[in-house]
Design a protein around this ligand. Structure first.
Ligand code: 5GP
Ligand code: ZN
Length: 116
């Protein structure tokens, strides 16, 4: 996707603070962190949101790549032992602002009971 911010970050056209990368995933620090650790886990393949993903023929591989990356990202970010929260926003009322599937890994302090 030519004009997608996260595709541009994946292609290296917009700089990011990389935390973890493998062939399917790029994880980088959120530009506007809500906690000491706030990393975005982004599948390199452009899928707009989790609803679209559920219809995607490669949904299993894409979600598997996310699940594989989570512990590596948590270790790299220093929260594998202390814990973290993994969040996906979907759609307008879910608060999604970038229409490229991503998961927020948030931690580095004791989080509130529900969201952040
Ligand atoms: P959403 O609201 O879609 O769930 O999350 C999008 C996230 O992307 C937001 O937390 C926002 O701060 C982050 N973000 C938006 N643009 C950029 C950017 O250019 N670089 C980085 N590192 N994060 C971004
Ligand atoms: Zn994209």
């Amino acid at each position: 996707m030519d004009d997608c911010i996260f595709c541009k970050i994946v292609r290296g056209e917009i700089p990011s603070a990389k935390v973890y990368e493998d062939q399917d995933i790029l994880a980088f620090n959120d530009i506007n962190p809500v906690a000491p650790v706030h990393v975005l886990i982004v599948p390199k393949k452009h899928v707009s949101d989790i609803m679209t993903l559920s219809e995607h023929e490669q949904r299993a591989q894409i979600m598997e790549s996310v699940i594989r990356a989570v512990p590596a990202v948590a270790k790299a970010a220093g929260v594998a032992e202390t814990g973290f929260r993994l969040i996906n926003n979907c759609g307008e009322e879910g608060g999604q602002t970038v229409m490229h599937l991503h998961f927020h890994l948030i931690g580095g302090r004791k989080l509130g009971e529900k969201l952040i």
